[in-house]
Design a protein around this ligand. Sequence first.
Ligand code: ADP
Ligand code: MG
Length: 279
Amino acid sequence: ATPTAIMVGTGKGAENGILFKNGEALETAHKIDTVIFDKTGTITEGKPAVTNIVSNDADVLNDTVLQIASSLEQYSEHPLGKAIVNNARERGLDFLAVKDFEAITGFGVTAKADYGDESVFFVGNSKLMEDRGIKDNYGFIPLHSKYSEEGKTPIYVAIDNEIIGIIAVADVVVMITGDNKKTAASIAKQVGINSVLSEVLPQDKANEVKKLQSEGRKIAMVGDGINDAPALAQADIGIAIGSGTDIAMESADIVLMRSDLMDVPAAINLSKKTIRNIK
Ligand code: ADP
Ligand code: MG
């Protein structure tokens, strides 16, 4: 490609909020035959909100479940954590003092706190509970299923080895129907994605990209960078959405400043036009 053609193409992109980080990105984008979308923060707005809080009301109040969860999540960068903290602030709850906070990528968070005695707290998904041998003595699993079916993200709250509550968080889905009663599969269906890779751990996202590449595909990965920076880097073209994280901007070849997913095909078309003009 001539430097002039690249300059024209890059300029046109910038006018429309599509930043090609280099000429190579503009040249490669026309070869893309597969686009992978990260869900949280990409297809969905990444500004989820708490929709339900349930405790094992025998011992613990709903506010206590939220207080415990938010005391840990105040140290988390994750959109789910932020939703929980925002809700606790709205309700005017105080945070407990915690120590040894740890974010377990793709699972949740843990920390210790003085709660009568010193206890270990866990906030996260089923895999985290199974992994740590935490018991569902109060029967929260049916609620977990119910919230999942509603397209919400259920988050368990546990003290030591027992689940004591559940918090459901739902994303604002950026789509035409705006109906929230759907699972990941139906979200994909609504945006016209015909294949869903679900329950993929953050570190495995890059491997999924690699697998598809080994089948000879040219991959564009679209993400917000929370846990998907390696996949953005692995892809032939990494596309970061503008409302994402700094690390996404760094890992990506293209940044969509308007955070509009329709700019993904626009970027690929711009590349095709540029290449056609060159040939
Ligand atoms: P995505 O691939 O959709 O961007 P992540 O890989 O970031 O999602 O997280 C996967 C899952 O791990 C979440 O749906 C949630 O169940 C759990 N999780 C991750 N971080 C947290 C957190 N800070 N608090 C509670 N749960 C979390
Ligand atoms: Mg994400």
